[in-house]
Design a protein around this ligand. Structure first.
Ligand code: ATP
Length: 900
């Protein structure tokens, strides 16, 4: 059957019974076949909304002219034309046009960098295809697909629900209503409005609780959200608080400079008796020289490249301000499972009534055996193992596959480990699931830390299986299962055996069961009040990630505190925490946190580094307490309930693999590999971005300062202009496309993770940077004005003196670029000169352009330059080298002062 886009949306799916919807869509409970799915994908196209069109090239080009400096330049071009200075006029217009082209190219580069990253975050969906659950890109969902939903998922398409267990969906994206709506599968009246169609889950809404299955009835722009906003919202602007602050600073500076230019003009005309037209050019030259027009673009590029480098190290930035915040993070609160540990679970020990079994084998491969006290035993002799294995297998939503020679788990790794264990015990997964089919379940949620399922055997007898954290399970157990019989619980034995395991870092999971009425068809929390028999406890190993151990040490060296937050038992947490060098002197549990007053908690969070049996709401309390202490907090999370803590944290970090869409949307950063080491890498890159911003500013501003000061000095002293306005335009343009960009590529400095975090109140332009800008500006003036005067004194023509002055300025910048590669660390070593290819390439470009400027006849005519001889170049080179040495000496003195 063909369902085209219009038909998809016209059918009133909410009005049809689930079975009929499946029939209409030629689908069934086992999902589509792979062939059929790809045929439908061809037919309906990808499940995405069309992207909003970007601004056209012409608009982008035109946007480049919206800038105070450009207004000044265009006005000057008009005036030069009126004065018949056609060469100057065409140079100014040419420079303005070239600047706009460069602006468009740079903007495009930065946006492409961001786009590449956005594509890394495309959402996934879990569907059934050929009866097997598969995780696929949400774009590939087609009408007729059976989609599985769990808490935290973003609904990938419009679904008619065919199964729902306590499903609650937050539909704010569609209806604006932020209160979650309870869903079920009963058809509703055809006229029911979207907000009340309880049997539908709509694309773009968020599952906040429960589980469900639904068949996709509309995808892409045929969905309800597609009707409302048929376009994906336009891309965010590349903006951060710091960039905004700098843009504002730049604007204020521009107006101040324009005022200064006007005053200089008046001073020149009235006090120094320059001619009107000469002074006009001088004032324009001053404005052009002093305004750092290229700086915002350079800062954007630094940021965009920083974000790209983070992505290469598996940290994907969703919101740009996080890049800045990362540089000043003082505390990282990390989940344990999967972030610090590998999330590769293996059951290594089983505790049953009076016995402890060791389990051999590694990974998810169902190969291995059982031993007691080092002696191998056969499963047949211990029926309790079979009973426990069966319960673990039935109260389980994961599946285990053998793909490309490797055993892989689809679903929760903890549950995957139980499937492997059941297979090791010789249980056949399919057979057991058919023999005792599931009638209902209470899904696992980290708030209640258990999962329960209701089953009926072939004779119709009902059973409830329960698995979860031992505290939760033992609370409802009245007996323990031993030799097929229910006996009184030996609390002391269980506690001791569990404590031993937890202290070795094992994660514990208890399993219990009880019979129930044959007629019971639904399971709810009232069934969890008691009457269970404890079958056993699994001790599951989840080894720490080696790279995470190293990363925690790096963070500590960088003055960043690491706190581990886990839902696991206190003893497990303590043992694992110790492997990471975290202090286990004071371990706080979720209930400790609840009992503390805000003040007590504020004090406790500074000491404690391990938090156990903690739920998402405790994470929020921790972030608040840490922030109240003035800390800048990065917090990891994966579940839907982690969203408030992630939003509250300065940098919310979601897991890319095991994280839910809800967590990803709340986070500023997503880890592609779920690995703590990537957070540390992102912090390092965040600090580097900040350094590179500083380096770019400290490089660019002295050029402007130097040029402006040369002109002001000349006017104050009543001299001819040592550099003409068009020459200044040339220098600014040439350095903007070459030298100034080179610092965006600077790799992290070696000591970047050995210094304390930057204080958030520290201004970008701190005292040191202001000093450096002033100091180097003066050196530049000394060089270029000095050469100009010296050449004139030696009888050179004014053109030759100006050519020297300009080349001296550029040479000064070339050498100063090497200084700027390291803010305080020395640059006079082999690494400082050769390590950065962008620096070398940009210098090569600038040298070639200066050769053109000095020797090409056309350029000589346009810019009023003349050829220089070899001796002149040696003098210029010497000046550059001298400037380099002076700045390096200044760095040395600062380093000495810092050490004192
Ligand atoms: P993190 O460290 O990332 O916060 P966690 O794995 O430590 O996560 P939870 O996943 O909330 O925390 O698990 C807490 C406890 O709940 C575990 O120690 C275990 O006893 C129990 N548990 C975990 N997964 C399941 C599951 N699928 N079914 C039943 N109980 C589970």
């Amino acid at each position: 059957m063909n369902i085209d886009a219009t038909a998809q949306s016209k059918t009133e799916w909410h009005n049809l019974p689930a079975q009929e919807v499946l029939r209409e869509l030629n689908a069934d409970h086992a999902g589509l076949t792979l062939d059929e799915a790809s045929r439908r994908l061809q037919q309906h196209g990808p499940n995405r909304l069309p992207a909003a069109p970007r601004d056209s090239l012409a608009v982008r080009f035109a946007r480049q002219f919206d800038n105070a400096l450009i207004y000044v330049l265009l006005a000057s071009a008009a005036i030069t034309a009126l004065l018949n200075h056609w060469v100057d006029c065409s140079v100014i217009v040419g420079v303005v046009l070239i600047n706009a082209v460069i602006g468009v190219i740079q903007e495009g580069k930065a946006e492409r960098a961001m786009d590449a990253i956005r594509n890394m975050l495309s959402p996934t969906a879990t569907v059934l295809r050929e009866g097997r659950r598969r995780e696929i890109p949400a774009e590939q969902v087609v009408p007729g697909d059976v989609v599985l939903l769990a808490s935290g998922d973003k609904v990938p398409a419009d679904l008619r629900l065919i199964e729902a267990r306590q499903l609650r969906v937050e539909e704010a994206a569609l209806t604006g209503e932020s209160e979650a709506v309870e869903k079920n599968i009963a058809a509703v009246n055809a006229k029911t409005v979207v907000a009340d169609r309880r049997c539908m889950a709509y694309s773009g809404t968020l599952v906040v609780y429960g589980q469900a299955r639904g068949v996709a009835v509309a995808t892409g722009s045929a969905t309800e959200i597609g009707h409302i906003s048929s376009l994906i919202s336009a891309v965010d602007r590349l903006e951060t608080p710091l960039l905004r602050q700098m843009t504002r600073f730049g604007q204020q500076l521009t107006w101040a400079i324009l005022l200064l230019a006007v005053l200089t003009f008046l001073f020149g005309v009235w006090v120094r008796s320059y001619g009107w037209s000469e002074m006009f050019f001088a004032a324009v030259g001053l404005a052009v020289a002093a305004i750092p027009e290229g700086l915002p673009a350079i800062m954007t590029i630094v940021l965009a490249f920083g974000v790209q480098r983070m992505a290469r190290r598996n940290a994907i930035i969703r919101r740009l301000p996080a890049v800045e915040a990362l540089g000043s993070v003082t505390v990282i609160c990390s989940d344990k499972t999967g972030t610090l540990t590998r999330n590769e679970m293996t059951v290594q020990r089983i505790i049953t009534a009076g016995k402890t079994f060791e389990v051999s084998g590694s990974g998810y491969a169902p190969r291995g055996g059982f031993a007691i006290d080092g002696r191998e035993v056969s499963v047949g002799t211990y029926p309790e193992l079979l009973e426990l294995g069966r319960a673990a297998l039935l109260c389980n939503d994961a599946t285990l596959h053998h793909d490309d020679g490797e055993w892989v788990v689809e679903g929760d790794p903890t549950e995957g480990a139980l499937l492997t264990l059941a297979a090791k015990a010789g249980l056949d997964l399919t057979f057991e699931r058919e023999a005792l089919p599931r009638t209902d379940l209470i899904p696992f949620e980290s708030q209640h830390r258990f999962m329960a399922t209701l089953h009926h055997d072939m004779e119709g007898h009902g059973f409830i299986f329960l698995k979860g954290a031992p505290e939760q399970v033992m609370e409802v157990c009245v007996a323990e299962r031993a030799d097929g019989e229910d006996k009184p619980l030996h609390h002391a034995w269980w506690q001791q055996a569990m404590q031993d395991a937890a202290r070795q870092g094992f994660r514990l999971l208890a399993v219990a069961m009880r019979p129930t009425a044959d007629t019971q068809r639904n399971l709810d929390f009232t069934d969890m009040r008691g009457g269970f028999a404890l079958l056993g406890v699994f001790a599951i190993a989840d080894p720490p990630r080696d790279e995470a151990i190293r990363a925690v040490a790096h963070c500590k060296a960088a003055g960043i505190h690491v706190k581990m937050i886990t839902g696991d038992h206190l003893d497990t947490a303590r043992a694992i925490g110790a492997r990471f060098g975290l202090s286990s002197e004071r371990v706080l549990s979720g209930s400790d946190i609840e009992q503390m007053s805000p003040d007590e908690l504020r004090r406790a969070v500074t000491e404690a580094e391990i938090f156990a049996r903690a739920s998402p709401e405790h994470k929020l309390a921790l972030v608040q307490a840490l922030q109240a202490n003035g800390e800048v907090v990065a917090m990891t999370g994966d579940g839907v309930n982690d969203a408030p803590a992630l939003k509250r944290a300065d940098v919310g970090v979601a897991m890319g693999r095991k994280g839910t869409e809800a967590a990803k949307e709340a986070a500023e950063m997503v880890l592609a590999d779920d690995n703590f080491a990537s957070i540390a890498a992102a912090v390092e890159e965040g600090r580097t971005v900040y350094d590179n911003l500083k380096k770019s500013i400290v490089f660019v501003l002295p050029t402007n300062g130097g040029e402006a000061a040369v002109i002001i000095a000349a006017i104050l002293l009543g001299l001819t202009l040592p550099i003409t306005p068009v020459q200044i335009l040339w220098v600014n343009m040439v350095t903007a496309i070459t030298l100034s960009l080179a610092l965006a590529f600077e790799p992290p400095e070696s000591g970047v993770m050995r210094r304390p975090p930057r204080s958030t109140s520290e201004p970008l332009l701190n005292g040191f940077l202001l000093w450096r800008i002033l100091f180097v500006s003066l050196l530049m003036v000394a060089g270029s004005l000095g050469f100009f005067l010296w050449e004139q004194a030696r009888g050179a023509s004014i053109e030759a003196a100006r050519t020297m002055a300009v080349n001296a300025l550029v040479m000064g910048e070339i050498f100063y670029l090497f200084n700027c590669r390291f803010l305080l660390a020395p640059s006079w070593n082999w690494r400082g000169f050769t390590q950065s290819r962008p620096v070398l390439v940009s210098i090569l470009c600038v040298v070639s352009l200066q050769a053109l400027f000095t020797y090409a006849p056309l350029f000589q005519k346009m810019f009023g330059t003349v050829a220089l001889d070899g001796a002149a170049w040696w003098r210029i080179l010497l000046f550059g080298a001298l400037l380099f040495v002076i700045v390096e000496t200044e760095k040395l003195l600062f380093r000495r002062r810092q050490r004192r």
